[in-house]
Structures are given as C-alpha cells and as structure tokens.
Design a protein around this ligand. Structure first.
Ligand SMILES: Nc1ncnc2c1ncn2[C@@H]1O[C@H](COP(=O)(O)O)[C@@H](OP(=O)(O)O)[C@H]1O
Ligand SMILES: [Mg+2]
Length: 247
C-alpha cells in the first residue's frame, strides 16, 4: 500500500518503481509481443499509477500520456505529469531503453519526481541528488534513434562530439545524469510527459535542462507539446547552446 505520509518525491519513486516492475513482468511473461505488448503495458502501468496517485493525493490533478486530462488541471496548483511507459517502441521490441516517469508540477515548475529504469533496476529521484561525473572532452551526444533531429550531425560536428542514438527520453536523460553521456539533444517535438520527470530529477542534481534556446521548461500548459530540449552536463551547456544557436 502507498504510504500516505510519504513525501512527494518518495511517492513518485515508489509508484514509478512498482509500475516498472509490472512492465518488466509483463515483458518477461511472453503473453504479448510487439505492438500489443506496448499497448497492454502502457494501459496497465497507467492504471497502476493513477490508482496509487488518486489514493495518496486525492486533491491533486493528473496529466498522463495514456489518459485524458483528469481534473481541471489548468488552474490547479499541483499537477502530476506521468508517462507510464516512455520508449514504448524499445519496450515492445524487447530492448533495454525504456522508463517510467512520475513528476509533480507546482505552479508550472517540476518540483519533485522520479524516473524508473527497470532494466537497470534503477530509480532516479529528485530528493536524492547525485554527484555529477567529470564531463568528457569529446562530448557524447544522445539523440532519438527513431526520430533523430535532422541537424544532429551538424551539432556533433560543431562540438567535436560523438553522436549516439538511443530510445526513450527518460533513459537518455538519466544516462547524462549517470555520466554515461554529456548531452541529450532533441528537436522536432515531444510532450510534457516525455521530459517532465527527467527534468525534475536532473535539475535537482544540477544538470542543465532547458529548451534549446536556453529558456526554462514550463509545464501544465494548455498545449502539452514541448518542441525541443537540451539536457547537458553544466560544463557543456554554454557551448552546446551557442552551437545550437549557430546551426
Ligand atoms: N517528434 C515527436 N513528436 C512527438 N513525440 C515525440 C517526437 N519525438 C519523440 N517523441 C516522444 O518522445 C519519447 C522519446 O522518444 P525517443 O525514444 O524517440 O527518444 C517517446 O515517447 P513514448 O515512448 O512515451 O511515446 C516519443 O513518442
Ligand atoms: Mg514518452
């Protein structure tokens, strides 16, 4: 049972971890495969997260990728933004790169959150900031494998970096936080649920997280589209923003 006295970050971590375990079991059960596995996983993880959040925080609103808006979130001060299965494609193809996102947005800012990476048995959370690794001289730049930005090669060339294609926004953002990469760059579209919990967790550890023009992320907007993003080790943030502006 969910602990009603848990802090928001602890609650997010507990729920994301449990949803991740459910998804792993479903994937390993072999009962579904391909697209159907992704659809069933999305729906079941969504149901688990909604049930737990409603029980623990009945007064809050919820915005989920898999459900219609719940409650009148636009004027709500506290809104949970969740992605029950980010990297659905990787998940349904049996790959490792997928994640579960649970974040709390207060007055438009991501204040608490957790990102579960079930295939690594990791849950990253905003109330347990991690020490950042040393940035690499040759930056490793993560981009979407299926929707690689057209300008990705030019950015890598401008920074003298190495481009690495990978699935899932949460998996990529946490790879930067872990120090396995230096930059996660995306353009061409995404939604609030794809990057809200990763931003809540990454910001708490001092990673640079912004739109690619350097402006701050704002959440719980009427239009959930977030066209682009930059997650970067602080040592690379300014150079990356300058290189992006010059593309
Ligand atoms: N151009 C675009 N428009 C809308 N969503 C996009 C997008 N590019 C990536 N995304 C979403 O961002 C998440 C990470 O993408 P990727 O794995 O390609 O890096 C995926 O979320 P879901 O898996 O939750 O659908 C994907 O649907
Ligand atoms: Mg997503």
């Amino acid at each position: 049972m969910t602990d009603h006295a848990a802090t928001d970050a602890a609650l997010a971590a507990e729920i994301a971890t449990h949803a991740g375990e459910l998804l792993l079991e479903l994937q390993r059960s072999g009962r579904f495969e391909g697209r159907e596995l992704g659809d069933v996983g999305d729906a079941r993880a969504d149901a688990l997260i909604l049930e737990r959040l409603r029980a623990a925080r009945p007064a809050d609103c919820i915005l989920s990728e898999e459900s219609a808006d719940i409650g009148d979130r636009h004027c709500a001060q506290r809104v949970w933004v969740i992605d029950p299965l980010d990297g659905t494609r990787s998940y349904s193809e049996g790959r490792r790169e997928w994640s579960v996102h649970v974040a709390l947005v207060e007055d438009g800012l991501p204040t608490h959150g957790a990102v579960a990476l079930p295939t690594r048995q990791e849950t990253w959370r905003s109330d347990r900031p991690s020490e950042l690794a040393t940035a690499q001289r040759t930056p490793r730049i993560l981009v979407s494998g299926s929707r690689t930005p057209v300008e990705a090669d030019a950015l890598a060339a401008a920074l003298g970096g190495e481009l690495i294609r990978m699935g899932s926004a949460g998996y990529k953002a946490m790879a930067v936080l872990r120090g396995d990469a230096d930059i996660y760059y995306h353009s061409g579209g995404q939604h609030e649920w794809d990057n809200c919990a990763p931003a809540a967790v990454a910001l708490a550890s001092g990673l640079h997280c912004s739109r690619i023009d350097g402006t701050q992320f704002r959440y719980n907007r009427a239009d959930t589209l977030v066209p682009d993003l930059l997650f970067a080790h602080p040592d690379w943030a300014e150079r990356a923003l300058a290189a992006i502006a010059a593309l």
